[in-house]
Design a protein around this ligand. Structure first.
Ligand code: MG
Length: 264
């Protein structure tokens, strides 16, 4: 709407990421990665600590029954919080090797968990400038099926895959590359859960695409250097929300799902 405005809800964090709306509780969960905390925000009461330590949590989402699923940089895993509150490992390796530092995650309606694994969370050796502790041969995009425990590497040619989101009919998957390409690619999703042909959907003119979300009309909302950039299903830029600090991620939430939350 023309009268929509940006409101600052809270500040004094270090690097915020991974906002996700918890429907059952009516609150927002987000990550402060360097502070090793998951935070929560409620319209009544503001910000409190949700989970600490978070193992440097980054991206968050919920599954079909509302369980919180979290990417952990230092945990190098995808974690799931049961309704009892217990946090357990959903998946932490592929072909016997640890992930780099899982960054962002979405759950498909069939329960499969799709996530990206760039190397931002690995320490850089000051002398060699190489990432330390790397076990995977690249920065891949994965699908994990909790029903059978199987994990597949779906895409291997990203520089640093980051946010990802399905189209409303789940026939397309958008994946951001926040490395040098600074673009979002769109893939055809096959019924067997593999990915088909891809093309470049859009390239950002400010900053890099990090977190992305798709709305009910199939528009893609991407964090960007100047705020949030919104692209039509055809990839054309249709709007910008200017924000004084660069958002890294965003999500829809609130009781009616019509509020956009941004972590910047
Ligand atoms: Mg991210």
């Amino acid at each position: 709407p023309a009268d929509a405005k940006v409101t600052k809800l809270a500040g004094d964090f270090t690097f915020t990421e991974g906002p996700t709306w918890i429907k059952a509780g009516g609150f927002l969960v987000f990550s402060d990665i360097p502070q090793d905390e998951l935070k929560q925000w409620k319209s009544a009461g503001g910000v409190t600590t949700y989970r600490q330590p978070s193992h440097n949590a980054n991206g968050n989402t919920t599954d079909s029954v509302g369980r919180l699923i979290t990417c952990e940089h230092s945990g190098r895993r995808i974690a799931i919080q049961e309704r009892t509150g217990a946090v357990k490992t959903l998946v932490d390796s592929f072909e016997g090797k640890k992930f780099n530092s899982p960054n962002d995650v979405v759950v498909k309606s069939d329960g499969t968990v799709w996530f990206t694994d760039p190397d931002y969370g690995l320490k850089t050796n000051p002398t060699t400038k190489q990432k330390e502790g790397r076990e995977q041969p690249g920065n891949f995009v994965y699908r994990h099926d909790p029903k059978n425990g199987r994990t597949a590497a779906l895409v291997k040619d990203f520089v640093n895959p980051n946010g990802l989101a399905f189209s409303p009919d789940e026939k397309k998957l958008y994946i951001a590359d926040s490395g040098a390409p600074k673009h979002i690619r769109v893939f055809a999703v096959s019924s067997d859960g593999t990915l088909g042909a891809s093309r470049i959907f859009c390239t950002l003119d400010q900053g890099v695409p990090d977190g992305i979300r798709v709305d009910q009309h199939g528009r893609v909302w991407s964090s960007a250097g100047d705020g949030v950039q919104i692209f039509g299903p055809d990839g054309r830029l249709v709007g910008r929300i200017l924000v004084p600090e660069s958002p890294a991620n965003l999500c829809f939430g609130g009781a009616d799902g019509k509020t956009l939350f941004m972590t910047a």
